[in-house]
Structure formats: structure tokens, C-alpha cells
Design a protein around this ligand. Structure first.
Ligand SMILES: [Cu+2]
Length: 154
């Protein structure tokens, strides 16, 4: 190896790490028995001095009836809201969603640029935290969320 290679290798190592981490996103992280199957549940690390963040997941409805998501709760947060990012010409804004219907047999993705959980008033570490998704029929579905670093491909 010649001089000057070292930083280049470091760059390549970083790229590989990122690819591995991003590739890992496809794996189901949490699938529990229940009316909905949640996978790839992830929560963005808190920025320094911030107490709000966003969480994403895929939700599949394996049943024969539509299921309506009406909210979410997290023990270490003050409030969790369901939001959707809306593009309106050049404007990008977030709008609170009172409910999201997961049709029978369908999968809905909560992902950057679209639906997400907006989490306010976070009071402790978020890695491995559970969020309960509340359904219109009074049931709820728990999922465990893994932290993804700020700025990572999510
Ligand atoms: Cu939001």
C-alpha cells in the first residue's frame, strides 16, 4: 500500500458499513402475534438538545378486515402523533393524520418523506424503546424500535 491510501480505505470502510447497515433495514426487527405485523421498526437518534424525533416502520395487515390506526403512545415521550409529509408545489409540510387505514392484506410503509410517527417530549434513551400503536377498536399493538443514527439513510 502506498501513502495516501489510508484515508481512502477509511472512506471505503465507511461506505461498506453504511451499506451493511442500510441493507439490514430489510430484515424484520419486530414481528409479534397480533392483528398487525410490524417490521423494520426504527427511531431516529435525538439531535443534541432536542427532545423530539421521528419513527418509521412497515405495518402489514394479514387479516380479512381493514384495521385503522388512530394514534400511538410511548412511555418515555410526552406525545406521539401520526404525521404525513405533503408536497405542495415547492412547499413541504407535515400534516397530522387522525387515522391511517391498513387495508386487509396490505402493507403500509411509514418512511422518510411520507408517513411517520412524530415523537415529542422524549425523556430518555430511545434505542430499544417500545411504542404502542392504538387501533380504532380499542386494541393496541406494541413494537420495539431500534435507534438509527442521525443523518443515516433511513
Ligand atoms: Cu412530523
Amino acid at each position: 500500500m502506498f501513502k495516501g491510501c489510508r484515508s481512502r480505505w477509511r472512506e471505503i470502510a465507511w461506505l461498506l458499513m453504511t451499506l451493511i447497515l442500510v441493507g439490514g433495514c430489510g430484515q424484520p426487527t419486530t414481528v409479534k402475534e397480533g392483528p398487525l405485523q410490524i417490521s423494520d421498526a426504527r427511531i431516529r437518534a435525538l439531535a443534541p438538545g432536542q427532545d423530539k424525533t421521528a419513527a418509521y416502520f412497515d405495518v402489514h395487515n394479514p387479516g380479512a378486515a381493514d384495521i385503522t390506526l388512530v394514534g400511538a403512545e410511548m412511555a418515555v415521550a410526552r406525545t406521539v402523533e401520526i404525521h404525513r409529509i405533503i408536497r405542495d408545489g415547492d412547499m413541504v409540510r407535515m400534516r397530522r393524520q387522525p387515522e391511517v387505514v391498513i387495508s386487509a392484506g396490505e402493507t403500509v410503509r411509514f418512511a422518510p418523506g411520507g408517513l411517520h410517527l412524530m415523537i415529542f417530549g422524549v425523556s430518555s434513551a430511545v434505542d430499544g424503546a417500545e411504542i404502542a400503536l392504538n387501533l380504532s377498536d380499542g386494541r393496541s399493538v406494541d413494537a420495539r424500535f431500534r435507534e438509527v443514527p442521525l443523518g443515516a439513510q433511513q
